[in-house]
Design a protein around this ligand. Structure first.
Ligand code: F6P
Length: 361
């Protein structure tokens, strides 16, 4: 009997998803297996037309492409699935339907490419008897037990490039340029792009910032003749004693809290006192798009191959991961038990401060 496996991509997209899909298909086809691609995350199991065979032809030429050829969704949680009843949205448990569809398709295993949300769903589905292996995806780099998630490197490149561009205009106009980057509750994109892009101030969720100290550091730079400053602020950053800026609370149209707007809030906080002009750039979803970097293409492809190797050895419940230069695996539950956040007294923060970067404290 032929082995047939499924693959889906869930949650927010990121560069490198297609590299993983291609890696899985190539490694599986090489073993004589069949692959079924499930469109739009777990959602796809609920619609017959959204489950389609993936062969070498389907993955040809997708390696440098951003996004995911399978589509994705961050609303399709089978344990809390939104359906319309009498004009109202109701959340229902459709996990049994998903499970029986998996049986119907004859899948011996499922590859779930996702961040903490999708991998937590994967864990629940495992408990209901679905053999799953996970692949860590997210630009936020907030999953534990892997040195890095794929997609993060490309997002960093985008943020660093934006900082380089903001630098020259900041300097010409003697302005404060604020760049708001993504990352949800983790400050990885802000911290690493800020170091790489020579930022003067980096504000991250892990270190609530003191607005007076931020202001003083910009004024002090000015007094030293540096009449401009570049500030990177992570969307999850907030002032000490204050709150995060939330665009949309969880529970409405969005399953999770949507962050955004801290750049403008910061500019208002600074604006009253600084004489310099302040301009805010929100990098937004540009960080999620575009062609994956060499690094993301490479680990994405290798993660895909490793996922197939895990299925072959029946190592279900595992997530592929990068440790040093090796692709290995860890239990999914270890990777999602909490978020991978920056240690405020850790090496990277210390090094940033040693470079003269102000971290809001
Ligand atoms: O988790 C990835 C991410 O891009 C976060 O950095 C950001 O907060 C969120 O997704 C944005 O989600 P959406 O695509 O729903 O706006």
């Amino acid at each position: 009997m032929t082995t047939r496996i499924g693959i889906l991509t869930g949650g927010g997209d990121c560069p490198g998803l297609n590299a993983v899909i291609r890696g899985v298909v190539k490694a599986a086809v090489g073993r004589g297996w069949e692959v079924i691609g499930i469109e739009d995350g777990f959602d796809g199991f609920l619609h017959h037309h959204k489950c389609r065979p993936l062969g070498l032809e389907e993955v040809r030429g997708i390696l440098p492409r951003g996004g995911t050829i399978l589509g994705t969704s961050n609303r399709g949680n089978p344990f809390s699935f939104p359906i319309m009843r009498e004009g109202k949205v109701e959340l229902v448990d459709v996990s049994e339907e998903v499970r029986s569809r998996i049986d119907q398709l004859g899948l011996t295993a499922l590859v779930v490419v996702g961040g903490d949300g999708s991998l937590k769903i994967a864990q629940e589905m495992m408990r209901r008897g679905v053999p799953i292996v996970g692949v860590p995806k997210t630009i936020d780099n907030d999953l534990l037990e892997t040195d890095v998630t794929f997609g993060y490197n490309t997002a960093l490149e985008t943020a660093t490039d934006a900082l380089d561009k903001l630098h020259s205009t900041a300097e010409s106009h003697h302005r404060v340029m604020v760049l708001e980057v993504m990352g949800r509750y983790a400050g990885w994109i802000a911290l690493e792009s800020g170091i790489a892009g020579g930022a003067d101030v980096i504000l991250i969720p892990e270190i609530p910032y003191d607005i007076d100290k931020v202001r003083e550091s910009i004024i002090a730079r000015c007094k030293r003749g540096r009449r401009f400053s570049v500030v990177v602020v992570a969307e999850g950053a907030y002032p000490s004693g204050g709150n995060r800026v939330v665009l949309e609370a969880a529970g409405g149209k969005s399953v999770v809290e949507r962050l955004g707007g801290v750049g403008e809030a910061l500019s208002r906080e600074l604006g009253g006192v600084l004489e310099m002009d302040i301009r805010v750039t929100v990098l937004g979803h540009l960080q999620r798009g575009g062609s994956p970097s060499t690094f993301d293409r490479c680990i994405g492809s290798r993660f895909g191959v490793k996922a197939v190797e895990l299925i072959e050895s029946q190592s279900f419940g595992q997530m592929v991961c990068l440790k040093g230069r090796h692709i290995t695996s860890v239990p999914i539950e270890d990777a999602v038990r909490s978020l991978n956040l920056i240690d405020p007294s850790g090496e990277m923060v210390r090094h940033a401060e040693a470079l003269g970067i102000m971290l809001g404290r």
